[in-house]
Design a protein around this ligand. Structure first.
Ligand code: TXA
Ligand code: MG
Length: 349
């Protein structure tokens, strides 16, 4: 299959292009599109065949449910059994935006889309191209992140192309995404809503809108124990080809320790890499050293992390060390993804 790549501009929506993309979805095809978090791999959420095609294109196990993307609040009731009061509050506060909510599903949603579950994940993205595309596609677009299973989510169209060229009909290239990590997922089917995946919308922000929320116990811990509630969180995600170890501790000790390890590993024949920050990166002696940004603005780190992980693969780095990050605010989502990439391998000095 030839994959058509089309440039789109969020500031100047060309509705004819998005209509073309929407027609592909309505005909049962797949289109990758930009959102504010990461690129999505879209298909018709109400068509079981489309969902099957998504799993195939991603190489993803079909028990891992998809998020249904909508563009208007009035389209939500069709997908769900009921809308809890708390969900209305969160929708008011954070939709459109990087928040996904889990509801009991209505019969309209095929179980192929929900990985066999009786619940459905729904998100209304804020990206203008995404919103227009969803409307032109009929209003209900199932979309996981547009990466092959096991790779970091794509933060620009180039990475979508690397993973999906020849597998899908079209890629809408809207440039770099704004946030760089996937949406916060909150389970609204529980009495007290539960955060299943941390993201840009933090626990503090949810609490301010709701009063109380809980966190899934498996969210930041090792996956070997209890099964996580979001099926996707159980798979080893975002894993670079090389080994990745996170080193936590006082700055000078971390730099010294990492440099020692780099030297040893290089002697053993490894190509070494480091994920540091603007303030520290010049001190490292790895073969490939990359700054994720500044600790003063962790949004920059969220935005760079997946690109950096992919670049280490491209540059064939076999042993990577990363500094550790504060888990306040967006830092919790950063560390959640980094820990997964590292298979929870973290050293405390
Ligand atoms: O930011 C995002 O959420 C991006 C963009 C494209 O919107 N999408 C995304 O989708 O990250 P995906 O499929 O890569 O991750 C969805 C996660 C998976 O871990 C999946 O298991 C979980 O959501 N999930 C989906 N439906 C669920 C459900 N009914 N119950 C529990 N977890 C669910
Ligand atoms: Mg994903």
């Amino acid at each position: 299959m030839d994959t058509q790549i089309i440039q789109v501009d969020e500031q100047h929506i060309q509705i004819n292009l998005l209509r073309q993309a929407g027609e592909i979805i309505k005909a049962g095809g797949l289109v990758a599109f930009p959102t504010e978090t990461v690129y999505g791999l879209g298909g018709d959420a109400l068509n079981p065949d489309s969902s099957r095609k998504i799993y195939e294109a991603k190489g993803r196990p079909s028990d891992n449910p998809l998020i249904v993307h909508i563009c208007r609040m009035e389209d939500l009731p069709y997908l769900v059994k009921e809308i809890p009061e708390a969900a209305k509050k969160l929708a008011d506060a954070f939709w459109p935006g990087p928040l996904t909510m889990i509801f009991r599903k209505s019969p309209a949603v095929p179980t192929e889309t929900t990985g066999g579950l009786a619940t459905v994940a729904v998100r209304m993205p804020s990206h203008k191209t995404a919103l227009s595309f969803i409307r032109e596609a009929g209003g209900y677009v199932a979309a996981p992140s547009a990466n092959r299973s096991g790779k970091p989510s794509p933060t620009c169209a180039k990475y979508v192309e690397e993973d999906m060229a020849g597998r899908i009909e079209m890629i809408l290239d809207g440039g770099d995404v704004e946030i760089g990590l996937e949406s916060t997922i909150v389970d609204m089917t529980e009495e007290i809503p539960v955060i299943l995946r941390p993201g840009y919308i933090t626990k503090e922000m949810l609490e301010e809108a709701l009063g109380s929320v809980r966190e899934d116990g498996t969210m930041m811990s090792d996956e070997s124990g209890q099964a996580p509630k979001a099926p996707g969180m159980k798979y080893r995600h975002y894993a670079p080809k090389g080994s990745l170890v996170i080193v936590d501790g006082e700055e000078a000790r971390v730099t010294a320790y990492i440099n020692e390890q780099l030297e040893r590993l290089r002697r053993e024949g490894h190509r070494t890499g480091v994920i540091g920050t603007d303030a520290t990166i010049a001190r490292y002696r790895g073969d490939v050293c990359k700054s994720a940004g500044s600790r003063e603005d962790e949004n920059t780190i969220a935005k760079e992390l997946y690109r950096i992980l992919r670049e280490f693969d491209d540059e064939e780095v076999t042993a990577i060390f990363s500094e550790s990050f504060d888990t306040a605010g967006i830092g919790q989502a950063i560390m959640n993804r980094l820990l997964k990439a590292a298979g929870h391998h973290m050293i405390h000095l």
